[in-house]
Design a binder for this molecule. Sequence first.
Ligand code: PHE
Length: 357
Amino acid sequence: MDDLRDKYIQAIANASDEAGLEDLRVQAVGKKGEVSLKMRELGKMTNEERQVAGPALNALKNEINSALAAKKEALGDAALDERLRTEWLDVTLPSRNIRQGSIHPISQVTEEVSAIFADMGFAVAEGPQIESDWYNFDALNIPGHHPARAEMDTFYTHRAEGDNRPPHVLRTHTSPVQIRTMQAQGAPIRIIAPGRVYRADYDQTHTPMFHQVEGLAIDKDISMANLKWVLEEFVKAFFEVDDVELRFRASHFPFTEPSAEVDIRCSWEGGTLKVGEGDDWLEILGSGMVHPKVLEAGNIDPNEYQGFAFGVGIDRIAMLKYGIPDLRAFFDSDLRWLRHFGFAALDAPTLHGGLSR
Ligand code: PHE
C-alpha cells in the first residue's frame, strides 16, 4: 500500500495538464483502478485482516482523491495565470486608429448645450446621481405625500434592517443640483447642470436612465422675460436656425411659480422633422420662476433674490436635431448605428467652429 501511495502521489505532483491528471485518476481510483481492485480483494480476507486493510485502503483512496482535487485546482489557476499573461492588454495605450471610435450623440449634444450656455455666461455644475430624498424632493417643495413622487416612478435604494431613515433615490431629475449649487455658492447664480437621471419607465420614448440639463439663474432682478430670451437664444443656436417660434404653455411644477412648458414650432412632413416651420408643436422643456420655498431650502433670501430655472431632456433634443426615431438605440452599442450617428472624436463643438457637422 505504501508503494501504491508513493507511486500515485508522486505522479499526481508531476502531472502537467488536466488530461494527464484524469488518466491518473482512472488508473488509481477508477472502477478498474489499482486501489479499487485492491478493495475488491477485501472480500477474500479474514475478518482480522479486513479490519486493518479496509480503513487503510479507504484512507489511501481519500488521500489520492484530495491530491487529485488539489492538483486540478492548481493546474486551473496556472492555466488562468498563463491566459492572463498572454492576453494582457494595456488599456491606457492610445488607440492605433482613432477613427474607430466616435462621440456618442448624447455626449455631442451635452457639449453643444454647454457651449451655447457658456457663451451666455452659464457655468457647468454637477451633483450626485444617488441623491437623498430631501434634495430630490423636499427641498424642491415636493413633500412626502405629494403625487409628483409617485408620478416620477422613483428608484429607491435599500436601507439596512432597522435603519428607519428615508432611503436614498436615484435622482429623478437634475433639479436637486439647483439646491446644491445655492447652498454651495449662494446668490447670484448662473449655471447649467447636465447629467443622468432615472425613472422606472421603458418604451420607445422612455428609458430608465436618461439625460437632462438643468438651468438656473438667480439674481436681484431676474424675470420671466429673461427666461424667455435665454431659451429662445438657446433653441436658435442649438437647432442652428435663425428663426424659431416658441410657445410658452402655463403648467405646474412644485418648484417653480409661475411655471411654463415650452414647445417649438415644427413640421413632420414626409416623416422628417423640421424645426421652425409647419403647424405642429413639440414639447422640449419645463421651466418657471424658482419657488420662494426652493430659494429658502437653498439658504437664499427670497425677499432679496429671485430667479428662473428650466429642465431640458437631452435625449429628446438629440433625437429631434439628428433625426433619431427610437430612443432605445442610444443604448444598443450598435457599431453601425454609432458610425452613422456618431461624431468625430477630435471635433469639439464650439459656437465659432460650428456646433455640429
Ligand atoms: N425637473 C423638471 C422635470 O424633470 C423640469 C423642470 C426643471 C421644470 C426646472 C421647471 C424648472 O420634469
